[in-house]
Design a protein around this ligand. Sequence first.
Ligand code: BG6
Length: 479
Amino acid sequence: MSVNPASVTNPPAQFPENFVFGGATAAYQVEGETRTHGKGKVAWDDFLEAQGRFSPDPASDFYNQYPVDLELCEEFGINGIRLSIAWSRIFPNGIGEINPEGVQFYHDLFAECHKHHVEPFVTLHHFDTPLPLFEKGDFLNRETIDAFVDFATFCFKEYADQVTYWFTFNEIWADASNTYIEGTFPGGVKAHLAEAFQCEHNMMLAHAKAVLAFHNGGFKGKIGVIQSLEFKYPLNENDPADIKAANNEHVLQNQFLLDATFRGDYAPDTLECANRLAAVSGGTIEILDEDLEIMREAALYNDYLGVNNYQCRFLKAYDGENDLHHNGTGEKGTGRWRVKGIGEHVNKPGVPTTDWDWIIYPEGLFDLLVYIKQRYPNYKQIFITENGMGYKDPYKDGFVDDQPRIDYIEQHLRWLLKAMEVGVNVGGYFLWSLQDQFSWTNGYNKRYGFFYVDFETQKRTPKASAYWYKHVAQTRRLD
Ligand code: BG6
């Protein structure tokens, strides 16, 4: 890292004029109505039913409540919203037959956004591949790539007059790792590093093909991809084994995907590490020359990168057997990530964590953004498309005092301003999440929103953080 954060002592407290102060959502986590109005199934439907822990219905009932949420956005100075289009609401089987009710729903939703002066930033895939495609191998099967591009092209045309800002995928790393390493997403494969890399590559190829369809189709607007990125630190900066562990995971999560995004190719050091890790699980990665040709061309047309960042990681060398345990309950200290060939997640003494064992280390956002700027100078702009704190919010006497969340956001915004001060071009910040939502692996007691949702009545109550953010958005200052 060639920039010393300590040297950036007094960053301006002021955000630029056109900075977007947003809130984020994802279709499956807010809409509800997962099996009605002509929507096709996704793998999550049966997976969650079989688990029996929690249901994605009604979630935040956004399918019906979106006018209420958008009115709240306007009232609280939130001028951008991340939304995703549920692929299986448009194409119930992923390809072929179209569901007109689903198509109309998103027209109405985007119209309501504009009525309230809230810009929609639209993601085309947020962990919700239609079931028939998922069952045929999801993105490990190249047929899904073509189906995705058809769906994306349909949306570019259909919503051209209403949507300016597009993202192809949400968090390719999370999709790949939760499915093929941690095994907490449908499919549930544990520690298969070759499949994780293959999934990343194939999704990046799908991204590239969708970007070219957008560019060659002459659509107005802008396009990019959202990656979930975390800066990786060796626990002991002087221990070569810890340094290697940090680098392994850095390549797997950050560098492989960013190389694909901005170079359209994988640098030799990236490939060496990826192939070595894939071999640990007895597999290889298939990367065709023709894939790289497409990806190299598409790399010219990324208008921005969406960065989802919640935490950083401290890594320690680990040679034992795979030992993975997901903290999906908020019982502090129950999460474990020890992967043969990569390393072990540990915490650094003195660094705070949430009840879900997520590390609170806002400097990590600064280091990450500076790294992107330095390694990929051809990036054009970054949006922080997710950042936030999952918390068991105390609802008392009609109010929610979520001061820990305010502190979390404020610290991250300060480090974001520091990064902007050293020249990182950031266009906006979206809190995860706009309102409380359904969490894929944690259900309903891990809340993230500005707006508290009573999941029984669907009543919204703005939390203290909403009032705080309103002031920041209106003044464009952190005071
Ligand atoms: C991101 C996802 O990984 O993190 C969201 O894009 C998700 O869909 C969010 O909900 C928070 O994760 P979790 O597991 O706390 O719900």
